[in-house]
Design a protein around this ligand. Structure first.
Ligand code: NDP
Length: 237
């Protein structure tokens, strides 16, 4: 197929699931993690794929590594902005560092990763950007003011970028998962039973249920879908 897709935060969880699904659809994939972790090395082995390592929250590091990548590689077909963290606490108890780390990692990464990589894609006039937001960015969530702000911010940024890139055949869409089983949701403080009561489907979702949608949004069939926010949440919102 000769189409390369970078998936940020693909050492594990949803990002790894997306990478696996895209690989099975025939894309060349580039994995990514914050560090050269055992998980990233295992993911590389399993999918026989290259990996980039950089902190998405660090503007200079992203610029240096991705400028160099863009200079020495053909334009990417797709970028899936998936890397993200939580640092939950009720707002009154939230430390400045909890606020900033989540905004830097989840929202500022939109600029940090896309800015160095977009010019070659824009020149080629074809491509796909998929941003992983969250149901929390749409309806809010107790203890997640920082996370909700970052995920809501991504939606605004993606919609604006979609308008700017639509005439160049580049689509920009947002996937907003609900409760999905990964390490991120293994936090013992998370009131899983309470959350499940709010989900009409009465269950959490799987990584495959998210990666199937991302796979579709990257396909040729999705060429007229842009500026959309699509939930994968069992009816939660
Ligand atoms: P995981 O914690 O399982 O994986 C997170 C991934 O992001 C890892 O690959 C991690 O890399 C990478 N990452 C984290 N911080 C950085 C950083 N500063 N720089 C580079 N890479 C980083 O999370 P999930 O798979 O559960 O979540 C993936 C995305 O989906 C996130 O954006 C999350 O907000 C979103 N989401 C998840 C939901 C869920 O229920 N799980 C629900 C809604 C949205 P490394 O291992 O190297 O740290």
């Amino acid at each position: 197929m000769n189409k390369t897709v970078l998936i940020t935060g693909s050492s594990r969880g949803i990002g790894f699931g997306i990478a696996k699904r895209l690989k099975s659809s025939g894309y060349d994939i580039i994995l990514h993690g914050k560090s050269n972790s055992i998980e990233l090395q295992n993911a590389q082995k399993e999918l026989n794929a290259k990996a980039l390592i950089f902190d998405v929250a660090n503007t200079n590091e992203c610029k240096n590594i991705l400028d160099e990548f863009a200079k020495s590689n053909p334009a990417l077909w797709g970028i899936v902005l998936n890397a993200g963290i939580t640092n939950d606490n009720t707002f009154l108890a939230l430390e400045e560092s909890d606020w900033k780390s989540v905004i830097d990692t989840n929202l500022n990464s939109f600029y940090n990763v896309l800015n160095p990589l977009l010019m070659p894609i824009a020149r080629k006039k074809e491509g796909r950007i998929v941003v992983i937001s969250s149901v929390s960015g749409i309806i809010g969530n107790r203890g997640q003011s920082n996370y909700s702000a970052s995920k809501a911010g991504l939606i605004g940024a993606a919609k604006s970028l979609a308008i700017e890139l639509a005439s160049r055949n580049i689509t920009v869409n947002v996937v907003a998962p609900g409760l999905i089983q990964t390490e991120l949701t293994q936090d013992k403080n998370l009131p899983i039973e309470e959350i499940l009561k709010l989900i009409p489907a009465k269950r959490s979702g799987s990584v495959d249920e998210v990666s199937g949608l991302v796979n579709f949004l990257l396909s040729d069939e999705a060429s007229y879908i842009t500026k959309q926010v699509i939930g994968v949440n069992g009816g939660l919102c």
